[in-house]
Design a protein around this ligand. Structure first.
Ligand SMILES: [Zn+2]
Length: 380
């Protein structure tokens, strides 16, 4: 069977049923068991060697990452293996999902998210493997890495033992944008947590003796450049807390902030600017501040000639889409895989309004995504 015929063998109805089955199964970060079990059964039935790693135990979750492998077939026996990845968890609010099919789109009934992020990735991978099995098409050795805890900081992917993988090229099915979108660059992301210390005093009787920690925190924030810093760099304060009753000058306050940039040096500089603002505001007020900077994940940059980009572009053309290679401001498991030495691109899934109750998945995109996996798996 030719590669084109294989791509055309996707069974839409079965694929839609599978996505709806996955969406109906509950999932949340580190509580992925129901989705995990469905995926596990399918992969075993498709002849994969399936194992669960120890990420669940290490992270205190219900289950670990699924690592599934299958040898190549036909001419593909001797090709380099290819890694496909999607995540098993979804953001909070994805429990008790009742998916419906309306006007060619799968969506929730409006009372929950849908969870196509990332069940659409899972469904496309499984259906593609089913088609490969049924058509007996030549395909590369397959390595599937289906992760837990993606939505809470890529924690599942961070636990994957990359030494156990043989692939030298990987694809994560988890980007916004229509199928054909190929993410080649993603930001380096830092998280800053700061504590501000003032002095408590009765606000009505002796406010002179107090030092307002909320005011110090506010001054620190007002000294920061936030929002879009430049084309590659963003910064945000996402959380502020502190104080208590209105009759007490608050002694403590805290903020949580982040800085991201496609350029790792700019990310560092932005973090410095923000910590300087914290330090400066504390010093100017006579109070004190402590802070903690943590690298959430490293960014990546794949050039046009790199294997993942070259292959993804060819695959997109093969399925009749125009490849669009671009950068993202968000992170994904690909940040971890790239940092650990496996060149990995992120593929547009076609889901819309993810992380909201309006989330939806056009059936046409779901079919195209499956074709994309097939095109990638059936060429060397
Ligand atoms: Zn996702």
């Amino acid at each position: 069977m030719s590669a084109i015929d294989v791509v055309g063998a996707v069974q839409q109805e079965r694929l839609v049923d599978l996505l709806m089955q996955l969406c109906r199964a509950d999932s949340a970060p580190l509580r992925e068991r129901p989705v995990f079990e469905i995926v596990w059964e399918h992969l075993v039935a498709l002849g994969f060697h399936v194992r669960e790693d120890d990420a669940g135990r290490r992270l205190g979750g219900e289950v670990g990452n699924i690592i599934a492998t299958k040898p190549g077939r036909g001419a593909g026996e001797h090709w380099e293996p290819v890694m496909f990845s999607a995540h098993l968890d979804r953001v909070e609010g994805g429990v008790g999902v009742r998916p419906v099919l309306v006007n060619g789109r799968i969506q929730s009934d409006g009372s929950t998210i849908l969870g196509a992020d990332d069940a659409a990735g899972l469904a496309a991978i499984i259906e593609a493997c089913r088609v490969l099995q049924e058509t007996e098409a030549s395909h590369a050795p397959l390595e599937l890495v289906l992760t837990v805890g993606e939505e809470i900081g890529l924690v599942g992917a961070s636990q994957v033992d990359m030494e156990a993988l043989r692939s030298k090229v990987g694809f994560v099915l988890d980007a916004e944008g229509p199928v054909g979108t190929i993410i080649a660059r993603a930001p380096t992301h830092y998280i800053i947590e700061a504590q501000f210390f003032g002095r408590a005093a009765h606000a009505g009787i002796e406010p002179e003796r107090g030092l307002n920690a909320i005011k110090i925190a506010a001054q620190a924030v007002s000294r920061m450049d936030l929002g879009r810093i430049d084309l590659e760099t963003t910064a945000n304060v996402g959380y502020i807390a502190g104080g208590g009753p209105t009759n007490v000058v608050p002694e403590r306050a805290e903020i949580r902030a982040e800085a991201r940039s496609l350029d790792p040096e700019k990310a560092k500089r932005q973090v410095q600017n923000m910590t300087r603002a914290i330090e400066g505001a504390a010093a100017a007020s006579g109070g004190r501040a402590t802070w903690d900077v943590r690298l959430a994940y490293e960014g990546f940059r794949l050039d046009e000639e790199s294997e993942p980009i070259r292959r993804a572009k060819a695959a997109a053309r093969k399925i009749g889409r125009t490849p669009v290679v671009k950068a993202t401001g968000g992170g994904s498991d690909a940040n971890i895989f790239n940092a650990k030495g496996l060149p990995t691109a992120v593929l547009g899934v076609g889901f819309e309004a993810i992380h909201s109750f309006r989330e939806s998945m056009p059936v046409e995109e779901l079919v195209k995504l499956t074709e994309m996996v097939l095109a990638l798996a059936t060429s060397p």
